[in-house]
Design a protein around this ligand. Structure first.
Ligand code: HGY
Ligand code: MN
Ligand code: MN
Length: 418
């Protein structure tokens, strides 16, 4: 079908907004927050809803052993490498309703708009809900796309365990996902292209008053845990010289992380300690074991590595100087990716055809696209985030802004799948 039929492309902004609201009701925390953790009841309910939307849009619903869900629009050449699009529907505790979901429900809306415009793909188009982009339950993000992209071995993912000691393998099977995780890994020619629509989760589009960002690169995330082991004891009877307090060096290290990130010489360096676990955590007991989680990112791999190494060195010398035990648990340390030029161009042309303003941005958040890029030429489309807010209940992108992103996604998919 010639692409000029796309002049008649219309996206139902209200319907998409209602569907995003409906999905947000599947949450284990009260509105306006959204919490939807991998393979919990609310996640399973969310999956059911996504499958119903895919089926309603005429997509063939396929699920793999890791719980990745594919809504397939079979093209006239079903054996040709497909075009993939999609994102995630799991949500960290007390998040908002747009992170990830706009890329899944927006992808389905893009298919509806293309069908209504009379478009017929040559390459099949898959709208993918990746099984778990957030690290909440198993400590590492993007387990589904890591498997698909070959960034993590099936045997490694299978044994990831949550804080109750339940493994990924047990959790997926309880959720009804059997089969061999090795079947999740993509063949090199499964997909020709992958495009992800996502909210910016930053302030740039709103600040510059632009409609769309064409993502040029995705920053490199690393996360690790450091544990200090001391002696603990009674808060009243153990005098200061005799103490081996595990929380004080942790506090010093947290301040050090901020100092290193602020003074790295790069505006793109970020370092966060989002979790601190203190044992035994009693007001009158000296902390005996403390585990702190680090999230360090930069668009430049060498800079990020330098900050991570400096933090680990600092931790080791703090432990030595204070006679404490020390343990490092490296969780992930991923390279950045650059978006594929041909996909950036398709997105740019689609913005221009739709009469939408655009700019180029680096993604400081990671996404499933970071791992799909291991196997497939990949690109991303951003729509604005109000006040740059995300991972908070007041995350917001308007129906009109989401619909503009879907319009660009639809045109981009049509270009790539023809
Ligand atoms: O942390 C991230 O960048 C993503 O939102 N999970
Ligand atoms: Mn997120
Ligand atoms: Mn996301």
């Amino acid at each position: 079908m010639p692409l000029n039929t796309l002049e008649s492309l219309t996206v139902d902004a209200t319907r998409l907004a209602n569907e995003l609201d409906q999905l947000a009701t599947h949450s284990s925390t009260p509105a306006p927050s959204v919490t939807r953790v991998l393979f919990t009841q609310t996640d399973l309910a969310g999956r059911e809803y996504v499958r119903s939307l895919m089926a309603d849009a005429g997509l063939e619903v396929i699920e793999d052993p890791a719980g990745n869900i594919f809504g397939r629009w079979v093209g006239s050449e079903p054996s040709a490498p497909r075009v993939g699009s999609g994102s995630h529907c799991d949500a960290i505790p007390h998040a908002g309703k747009f992170d990830g979901t706009v890329g899944v429900l927006g992808g389905i809306a893009a298919v509806r708009a293309l069908r209504d415009a009379g478009y017929e793909p040559r390459r099949s188009i898959d709208i993918i809900m990746f099984t778990s982009e957030e690290p909440t339950r198993f400590g590492i993000g993007c387990s589904g796309s890591r498997l698909m992209g070959g960034a993590m071995a099936p045997a490694e993912v299978a044994v990831l365990t949550d804080e109750d000691g339940i493994s990924f393998d047990e959790a997926r099977k309880t959720a009804g996902y059997d089969g061999d995780l090795a079947d999740v890994v993509l063949a090199d020619d499964d997909y020709a292209y992958f495009v992800e629509l996502h909210v910016e989760q930053g302030p740039e589009l709103e600040r510059r008053q632009l409609d769309i960002a064409v993502v040029s690169a995705i920053a490199a995330p690393a996360s690790f845990k450091i544990r200090f082991e001391g002696k603990g004891g009674h808060a009243g009877t153990v005098l200061m010289p005799a103490r081996k307090d595990a929380l004080v060096p942790a506090a010093i290290l947290i301040a050090k992380a901020e100092e290193l990130a602020r003074n790295s010489g790069s505006n793109d360096t970020v370092a966060t300690v989002g979790m601190v676990d203190v044992h035994p955590s009693a007001v009158n007991s000296i902390p005996r074991e403390v585990t702190i989680s680090f999230d360090v990112r930069d668009t430049d791999l060498a800079t990020r590595e330098r900050i991570v190494d400096a933090l680990i060195d600092e931790a080791k010398s703090l432990a030595e100087a204070r006679g404490l035990g020390f343990k490092l648990d490296m969780i992930n340390s991923d390279p950045p990716i650059a978006a594929a030029p041909e996909i950036k161009q398709a997105i740019e042309e689609s913005c221009d055809a739709a009469g939408l303003s655009r700019c180029e941005l680096v993604s400081r958040a990671y996404h499933d696209a970071l791992f799909m890029a291991r196997k497939v030429p990949t690109g991303m489309i951003f729509v604005p985030s109000k006040d740059g807010i995300s991972h908070r209940p007041d995350e917001y992108t308007s129906p009109e802004e989401n619909a503009r992103g879907v319009d660009v996604l639809a045109r981009t998919l049509a270009k790539l799948a023809c």
